[in-house]
Design a protein around this ligand. Structure first.
Ligand code: GCU
Length: 356
């Protein structure tokens, strides 16, 4: 009863009713997912740019013999693409395990331009046979209100004036994937996009808008990410839109202290990823993100997988507890001890899920 009671209290919009009032069925579930994307662009994240004119890469640093103890090749690439004729480029690391044919792959949206990095345990990933690419989000566009910086400036020139920066970082992750699919032999049935916190919100958006990602991994993403907004504790729309208005489109500000007026909740974002995999990780001391609201979002989204004949979330009918790992369904979840952080523990548990 815990989950149904909680979800009733939160009174979130129904996944199975189109905006025009008609009902969602197995036949038109894809249309509803397309509608989720329309709603999310209109109400919270802003408009996605059109597909790029081209994507190309130039290797600017070659692999070295001792990369990851000689078990991997690490190269740095300058990735360039154009939107409506305007070019933009940013650096990308591509890390491939040696001696693994068609590895599973993760596109990691990171805070820093480091390889490895405190949030990227490169050797652990390589030792488990995973290939990955990573870029620093600030190399795409600054994390502030400067809308002339980087991709933001490029998009403004071609008419995108209300696209939030989360969408820009997600768009860059998609371009990274374009390049990887052109140049590397990877397992196309197992491609994840991953990020922590603001970049966990970004990973969910990338997964929701690009079906080539077979899994979206959001670590401690909280408000405007994996956490249900209605009834959430910790961060609220009022704080996030005041402190980080540039992450979102302007309309999102209309919902400050008016959560009940939202025509969606974050289970729309998660359900847009169905019937592929979503992985949501929480940390118990991260009350700003609100682990319970992240857990409830998994449960609230679950039925959207059922309509595709797939298992959604298989959890327990109680509040989440430290040590929980729910890995059976296509929505995976874990809750660990400790603070807001993208830890090795998070990666190792996620990899157990991703490598199943
Ligand atoms: C702030 C912000 C969060 C965000 C976090 C992060 O705490 O309020 O929404 O997730 O930064 O990205 O670390």
């Amino acid at each position: 009863m815990y989950i149904s009671n909680q979800l009733t209290k939160r009174s979130i919009p129904d996944l199975f009713t189109f905006e025009n009032g008609t009902k969602v069925t197995a036949e038109n579930a894809d249309k509803r997912r397309a509608e989720f994307r329309v709603v999310l662009q209109r109400e919270i994240y802003g408009e996605f740019p059109v597909s790029p004119d081209y994507v190309k890469g130039e290797i600017i640093e070659k692999p070295r013999a001792r990369d990851c103890a000689g078990k991997a090749t690490i190269k740095k690439v300058r990735l360039s693409f154009a939107v409506k004729g305007e070019e933009f480029s940013f650096p990308l690391y591509v890390v491939m395990p040696k001696n693994v044919k068609s590895p599973r792959f993760v596109v990691i949206i990171n805070f820093r331009p480091n390889m490895p990095d405190e949030y990227i345990p490169a050797e652990e990933l390589i030792d488990r046979g995973i290939g990955f690419a990573s870029f620093c989000y600030k190399d795409v566009t600054s994390d502030d209100g400067d809308m002339a910086d980087g991709l933001s400036g490029v998009l403004a020139k071609v008419g995108y004036n209300d696209t939030g920066k989360i969408v820009m970082w997600a768009y860059a992750a998609m371009r990274a994937l374009d390049y990887i699919l052109e140049t590397e032999d990877i397992d196309r049935d197992h491609i994840a996009v991953a990020g922590h916190s603001r970049l966990g919100k970004t990973a969910l958006v990338a997964g929701a808008f690009d079906e080539r990602f077979t899994c979206a991994y959001s670590n401690n993403s909280g408000c405007s990410g994996a956490a249900i907004t209605r009834g959430k504790v910790g961060e609220q729309i009022s704080f996030i839109t005041k402190t980080f208005p540039f992450w979102f489109c302007k309309k999102y500000r209309e919902y400050v202290d008016r959560h009940d007026a939202l025509p969606f909740d974050q289970h729309f974002l998660v359900s847009a990823i169905a019937p592929r995999q979503v992985y949501i990780a929480s940390a118990i001391e991260d009350t700003w993100s609100d682990p319970e609201s992240e857990y409830l979002c998994c449960a609230a989204s679950s039925n959207f997988w059922k309509i595709y004949g797939k298992t959604g979330f298989i959890g327990e009918d109680r509040a989440p507890a430290i040590g929980d790992r729910f890995h059976e369904g296509n929505i995976g979840y874990h809750l660990r001890s400790g603070e807001h952080y993208f830890s090795r523990e998070d990666w190792n548990i996620f990899l157990d899920y991703f490598l199943k």
